[in-house]
Design a protein around this ligand. Sequence first.
Ligand code: SF4
Length: 308
Amino acid sequence: MWLHFDSDAVSMSETISAEASAQASGAAKQKREFNKLQKRLRRQVGNAVIDYGMIQEGDKVMVCLSGGKDSYTMLEILRSLQRNAPVSFSLVAVNLDQKQPGFPEHVLPEYLDGIGVDYHILERDTYSVVKEKTPEGKTTCALCSRLRRGSLYGFAEDIGATKVALGHHREDILETLFLNMFFGGTLKSMPPKLLSDDGKNIVIRPLAYCREADIAEFARQMQFPIIPCNLCGSQPNLQRQQVKEMLAEWEARHPGRLESMFKAVTNVAPSQLADRDLFDFEGLEAKQKHLRQTRIEALDLGAELDTD
Ligand code: SF4
């Protein structure tokens, strides 16, 4: 009986220790994966910041924090880069409380107090304006974004922010590119760095090189207290949603396509497109004449040197 009991106990403790060690190795693997993800995001943000000269010595960067996964991730990665950056810059988080019904006002202050970041909550009732001005059945996002941008840009000036950081990522940039092509007849997107039309603000997009899936996974693992953007009750932006699905389908069928398309946005050949403002097509004959002349002169010079 004792013997039987003992062997059961031994096998039970072996099972428990096997489970514990499987759990420990699972947790270690998860931690390694998370570290890799964090490093990738840091590297991509760091590269974008350097490539476009986004942040300079003494900059005060206003991080626009909506409470979505992208802006939380942007703030977190900028904070971690700030610790080792070769230039010194400050960060201030700004949330625009648009007075949407049910907006959980306490969430962002609690989060920002918890991590010790300077912040402002800017209260503007853009919700009422959007509801009033948008015809029934139409999506409200375009006007809402415009009003939000106006409020944030104005506030950046008020607090002396030298840069306004927005959390758009690689997929946002590609979706905008196709939306502009499909519905606007223009080849343009969201640049990583931009001077606002009135020349008052420089806008930066530090997540420009980051994949949305990486950001979503990072936000999930960091357990950011996400605030949904649809509190306003708006229908989703259908055109953007369709383009998003189209891109996701392409990527699923041809992995790497999004990366290649994003590379194309950074590698434009104006002479191989058809914009007369970007390339002097009418001047090609003159250019040809000049090239011919230069070639003839070079040949003549070569002949002279040979006879010498
Ligand atoms: S979903 Fe609502 S809050 Fe978000 S951008 Fe659209 S209108 Fe604005």
